[in-house]
Design a protein around this ligand. Sequence first.
Ligand SMILES: Nc1ncnc2c1ncn2[C@@H]1O[C@H](COP(=O)(O)OP(=O)(O)OP(=O)(O)O)[C@@H](O)[C@H]1O
Length: 190
Amino acid sequence: MEKICVAVRVRPPVTVSEDATVNGTSWKVEENRISLHKSHGTPISGTSYAFDHVFDESCTNSRVYELLTKDLIHAAVEGFNGTVFAYGQTSSGKTFTMNGSQNDRGIIHRAVKDVFNKIHMISEREFLIRVSYMEIYNEEIIDLFAVENQKLPIHESLERGVFVAGLKEEIVSNSEQVLKLIEGGEGLEA
Ligand SMILES: Nc1ncnc2c1ncn2[C@@H]1O[C@H](COP(=O)(O)OP(=O)(O)OP(=O)(O)O)[C@@H](O)[C@H]1O
């Protein structure tokens, strides 16, 4: 089992109050370390933190994918379990990173494409890909593929480990199918 890799991504200011000239401080990124500085450049003591990676605001989703997700996807195709998740307060950039923006596709899109590219390169094995999509909000689980918004329970068993009972699993054979299902789950279907 590999250790959990933790990366921090800094996004550009999106509100006036986040602007360094307004609040008098800014975060400085140096390699895998991030620290708070006064606007004239003096570091504020006790605010320097190290992570596996720190991405500054010029970083693209493509770079995040290459460094944090690509190897996990390749290992998953080889039969290992893997998880990638974005964590952060509201408006910190989770959706931007995972779902992407108009000109920079997100981690989910890149991962889905990569799974199928990888599978197509392995002709001697057969794969079965199943997709589910759920939302956890206010400690409640909603199946985003289900027509009705029914709350689902979490169970644990020896065979399956921790699982969400009754969660829909769609069998898919290409990336377009997965991306269409996700769009549908988000209510974005045309
Ligand atoms: N790396 C980035 N570069 C440029 N803009 C960004 C970046 N990350 C986030 N943003 C912008 O910041 C705003 C908030 O980001 P986002 O919606 O992704 O936050 P979130 O964490 O998903 O929020 P919530 O939890 O409220 O859904 C959006 O306008 C988004 O376009």
